[in-house]
Design a protein. Structure first.
Length: 355
């Protein structure tokens, strides 16, 4: 399917394709291939409005923080399917893929919590944005029960001159501090290597509890609200973290993962890189990185689709197409793909060595 043809596909066809991929029934290879192509095309359609929001996010964040780190990504099919199958309080899943608010997402990591608030209040709470804001979740003032902290804003793309075929598409904007970012990417690193889904609140209770407690400790560093149902007393909180770290051998495992990863890339001779395709193999501990320029966007989207089709239903592999300004920014924005937990462990040591 040519990517532009997605404009001619009905939303019901897109939703049915997602349902086919997310259920456990047997389907022919032709049916699966067609469904994957439709969902990948639906994702790719979001690429243009996503770039619009990311460009603005980069511009305004760097006005107040020269170290602001911005990036963007299209949601992985594996993440889409997990979300479609997620139930809340035992209710039957009702989410449709065309209703998902985070198919396209851009994120900025600010140096500290004060700059997070300044950016949000100056350019998003009171800022002049022509696109319709349809949702806001402040997970910093009210952290998720699993410990996740960030600010999420969802906008509906709107244009009255050109590019109207993208009107109505949703883009999510995330604003988080460096410390919140280190926590979130450490969770994803553990998910990769332990075959869990802590990020989706599915996994071993000991790991989920560890990250919930660490989130509260990090919130204390930032003088922010801690996660409910975690100890308010610092000493009790830190000692619980220390006990779980010793049982799970968190530091030892993360250091082993960092040492084991092997990198393969094709961008040493390329200039003006805009997109990076990251393919992580947790069996061989191998990360393949393919680079694409702005002019190669369609080629990058096609490579992303092909890679996702290849690893469909295989949990030991992960792939994502992201945009970052430099390879250095890429590593900072997605340390989980590089299995880089050095900074997370540095903050964890402050907790472990306190009492």
């Amino acid at each position: 399917m040519v990517l532009s043809k997605i404009h001619e596909i009905s939303k019901s066809k897109i939703n049915n394709s997602a349902i086919l991929l997310s259920n456990n029934k047997k389907h022919s290879k032709a049916e699966i291939d067609e469904a994957l192509e439709i969902i990948n095309s639906w994702k790719s359609k979001h690429s243009y409005p996503l770039q619009v929001f990311k460009n603005r996010l980069k511009r305004v964040s760097e006005k107040i923080d020269k170290n602001a780190l911005s990036a963007q990504r299209l949601k992985r099919i594996s993440s889409i399917l997990k979300k479609l199958n997620r139930s809340y309080d035992g209710t039957k899943p009702t989410m449709k893929v065309t209703q998902m608010q985070d198919i396209a997402g851009c994120r900025v990591v600010m140096s500290d919590i004060k700059l997070v608030r300044l950016l949000y209040e100056k350019y998003y709470s009171n800022g002049n944005i022509k696109h319709k804001k349809i949702n806001i979740k402040d997970y910093i003032s009210s952290p998720k029960l699993d410990g996740y902290r960030s600010i999420h804003l969802v906008y509906k793309y709107t244009s009255d001159k050109g590019k109207q075929e993208y009107n109505g598409l949703l883009v999510e904007v995330q604003i988080r501090s460096k410390l919140q970012h280190l926590w979130a990417t450490a969770v994803e690193t553990v998910d990769f290597f332990t075959r869990q889904a802590i990020k989706s609140n599915q996994g071993e209770e000991s790991w989920k509890t560890f990250f919930k407690l660490v989130s509260s400790a990090f919130a204390r560093f930032e003088n922010s609200p801690i996660v409910s149902q975690t100890p308010f007393n610092e000493k009790e909180l830190y000692l619980q973290i220390k006990k779980l770290e010793q049982r799970l051998q968190v530091r030892q495992k993360m250091q082993q993962w960092m040492k084991s990863i092997k990198y393969f890339d094709d961008f040493k001779k390329k200039k003006n890189i805009q997109f990076y395709l990251l393919e992580l193999d947790t069996v061989l501990n191998r990360l393949n990185i393919s680079a694409f320029t702005k002019k190669e966007e369609k080629k990058a989207l096609k490579a992303y689709s092909d890679a996702e089709n290849k690893i469909y239903n295989r949990n030991e592999y992960d792939v994502v197409l992201v945009s970052a300004d430099t390879i250095s920014d890429l590593k900072k924005a997605y340390p989980n793909y590089f299995l880089d937990t050095k900074d997370f462990l540095r903050y964890l040591d402050r907790i472990l060595n306190k009492y």
